[in-house]
Design a protein around this ligand. Structure first.
Ligand SMILES: [Zn+2]
Length: 238
């Protein structure tokens, strides 16, 4: 199902953990950057639970994952990375977290916003979706509508110069219900390179590359691409 690929000027990606941007959308992001987009990554949690290493400390891991995420973003040409520093594995869709997200939306004013598909609970009856992925997806959508749009929500933002902002084009990643395929054949190498920056997470780079080429090759089976990233795209009417 080939489709017209938009070229937004401003893209905001809000996800749970360091490495979620690259697993979900790096090939698409690289294309937008190459087309001249300004891209901001917002990482909601501090990634502080992502290790099995008994020698690792929380402080070391948080610092390491932040550095890895910055390096991965640099590979893709992403201009800004924001860390909200919420505790990994513990976040909830609270009004306080919504305020942090609304602030990001009103600050960065995206034409396209990428986040997690909050409706995903189980993948292929084999994998449980991470709580943080669901919660972040849910919180971000609650922030888009109605909170970021309507000025009476968080009036302190307007007082500080942050105007309300309407997000109309949403790409949901980590979904089993895609309706949008992006051709990442030309940016697949960059996606792999960016993911290899997440050294604390990925294991053997050659195995990761093989897995990614297989996965994104399979996702392109519906379309005439070599490699695809898939999204559930939601275009709001206004
Ligand atoms: Zn994650």
């Amino acid at each position: 199902m080939p489709n017209n690929f938009p070229q937004p000027e401003r893209v905001l990606l809000i996800v749970a953990h360091p490495d979620d941007p690259e697993f979900g959308a790096a090939g698409t992001i690289a294309r937008w950057v190459q087309g001249g987009a300004h891209v901001t990554f917002v990482i909601v949690t501090d990634g502080s639970k992502g290790t099995a290493d008994k020698e690792m400390t929380k402080e070391k891991l948080v610092a390491m994952r932040e550095a890895e995420q910055r390096a991965a973003a640099a590979v893709l040409g992403v201009q800004e990375v924001v860390f909200l520093g919420q505790p990994d594995g513990e976040i909830q869709n609270t009004y306080a977290l919504r305020e942090l997200i609304v602030r990001q939306i009103r600050t960065h004013r995206p034409d396209v916003l990428i986040t997690h598909d909050p409706t995903m609970r189980i993948f292929q009856n084999m994998t449980l979706n991470h709580t943080d992925h669901r919660v972040v997806g849910d919180t971000v959508l609650d922030a888009v509508f109605p909170l970021a749009r309507d000025r009476m929500n968080f009036p302190e933002h307007e007082a500080a110069g942050l105007e309300p902002h309407k997000v109309l084009d949403i790409f949901l990643q980590f979904t089993e219900n895609p309706n949008y395929w992006v051709d990442i054949s030309a940016t697949m190498d960059l996606k792999i390179k960016a993911l290899c920056e997440h050294k604390s997470q990925i294991g053997e780079p050659a195995e990761l590359e093989e897995r990614l080429r297989q996965r994104h090759g399979e996702r392109a089976e519906h379309v005439s691409f070599e490699y695809a990233e898939t999204f559930r795209r939601v275009k709001l009417a206004g």
